[in-house]
Design a protein around this ligand. Structure first.
Ligand code: CAA
Ligand code: FAD
Length: 380
């Protein structure tokens, strides 16, 4: 067993860490306050090759692996969880299903545009009445000549509005439950495709979350991803890997909160000594560090399994479940270490705590991760 990262993975970590510190961290608090997405940051990630980390060079990727990808999401989220999820939704949720289920033409066109960062991707599965219960979705795609005509709406879409390409799920057979769902690649600007409400959120406030509206929106047949009726399988297998991207986001948030807590505990003096010298504080830091290491091992392991072509769905649900809950505990403790100052916007830990909460909700709530893990255990 070898727990050591390769030289390439270490180099990528250093590059993303430097980029995050110099280009992302300085505006993170301000973008959070203003609920502002910054496309320039995405464009700079594209210049570094981050938008195409795991994809082959023939599709404009950099031919790296899923471990490198989760390291990038971790390092970005360490300073700004919104930037972390921008990349995670772009790679795991939009590019992955095209890489896995797209035909050669779709990969040459759409995957290459995503990998190079020319286009930003999003994934549209959830609806007002269909969150955890995906197969109850109501958006319809009706076949008409050379097209499918989409009608309905999607909610909570990360990169919504700012994204250029959307993997959208809709029912091609209203009566066939999950077997009646199909997947489509929809381009921004397609007539009949508009954006609705932009959510005002507790955390990840510089990542836009938007409603998508489809009104008689004609999608050419060649934009169907996979076969008719394959949509549910495409969505579930996409989320198998996507959940590990969220584990990486949670891991990065938690590490950022620990880094800030250690620095503060060494500097802040009460009763004539740094607060870190109290066992009550140093034990908190020790527990935080231990849970972070466990999160990291689970996350890197799931990514390694995917890179090796082994089964990773259960490992990924476990990493998301553990790292998400750990990030919530760790960021709450970070605010405690900072005392009253932690409760203000003068320090980043209140942002980390707000951002951590989403990792327990999206890409399947923690309850759904337990359901997925439980079902896999009883099937094995
Ligand atoms: N891969 C391939 N096929 C799968 C699969 C997987 N991982 N999981 C299930 N299937 C197949 C099953 O084998 C079954 O096949 P048959 O057609 O042969 O019957 C079929 O799919 C139906 O499976 P289930 O009976 O398990 O389906 P279900 O209706 O009970 O739902 C669920 C299962 C796990 C609860 C699923 O609905 C789910 O994952 N819900 C959560 C939704 C979610 O995570 N949404 C995230 C949106 S994206 C997001 O949030 C973005 C972001 O963070 C940035
Ligand atoms: P519900 O499904 O209504 O769940 C409510 C509660 O009931 C939860 O606690 C849940 O765990 C529990 N529950 C439900 N069913 C069960 C069960 N069987 N057993 C036990 N407990 C259960 N979706 C996309 O498609 N694309 C995106 O890019 C995207 N980005 C998002 C970004 C943000 C900021 C947010 C908030 C959401 C995003 N989502 C996205 C949607 C997200 O995946 C859903 O919010 C999530 O899957 C939960 O669905 P819901 O909100 O409808 O909650």
């Amino acid at each position: 067993m070898n727990f050591q990262l390769t030289e390439e993975q270490e180099m990528l970590r250093k590059m993303v860490r430097d980029f995050a510190k110099n280009e992302v961290e300085p505006t993170a608090a301000e973008r959070d306050e203003e609920e502002r997405f910054d496309r320039e940051i995405f464009d700079k990630m594209a210049e570094l090759g981050l938008t195409g980390i795991p994809w082959p060079e023939e599709y404009s990727g950099i031919g790296s692996d899923y471990v490198s990808y989760v390291i990038a999401v971790e390092e970005l989220s360490r300073v700004c969880a919104s930037t972390g999820v921008t990349l995670s939704a772009h790679i795991s949720l939009c590019s992955w299903p095209i890489f896995k289920y797209g035909n050669e033409e779709q990969k040459k066109t759409f995957l290459a545009q995503l990998a190079s960062g020319e286009k930003l991707g999003a994934f549209a599965l959830s609806e007002p009445g269909a969150g955890s219960d995906v197969s109850s979705m109501r958006t319809m795609a009706k076949e008409e000549g050379d097209s499918y005509v989409l009608n309905g709406s999607k909610v909570w879409i990360t990169n919504g509005g700012v994204g250029d390409l959307y993997v959208v799920f809709a029912k091609t057979d209203a009566d066939a439950k999950h077997r009646g769902i199909s997947a489509f690649i929809v381009e921004k600007g397609t007539p009949g495709f508009t954006f609705g409400k932009k959510e005002k959120k507790l955390g990840i406030r510089s990542s836009p979350t938007t409603e998508l509206i489809f009104e008689d929106c004609k999608i050419p047949k060649e934009n169907m991803l996979g076969k008719e009726g394959e949509g549910f399988k495409i969505a579930m297998s996409t989320l198998d890997g996507g959940r590990n991207g969220i584990a990486a986001q949670a891991l990065g948030i938690a590490q950022g909160a620990l880094d800030a807590s250690v620095d503060y505990a060494k500097e802040r003096e009460q009763f004539g000594k740094p607060i870190a010298q109290n066992q009550g504080i140093s034990f908190k830091l020790a527990d935080m560090a231990t849970e972070i290491e466990a999160s990291r091992l689970l996350t890197y392991q799931a990514a390694w399994l995917e890179s090796e072509g082994k089964s990773y769905g259960k490992a990924s649900a476990m990493s998301k479940l553990y790292a998400g809950d750990a990030a919530m505990r760790i960021t709450t403790e970070a605010v405690q270490v900072f005392g009253g100052y932690g409760y203000t916007k003068d320090y980043p830990v209140e942002r980390y705590m707000r951002d951590a909460k989403i990792t327990q909700i999206y890409e399947g709530t923690q309850e759904i991760q337990r359901l997925v893990i439980g079902r896999m255990l009883t099937k094995e």
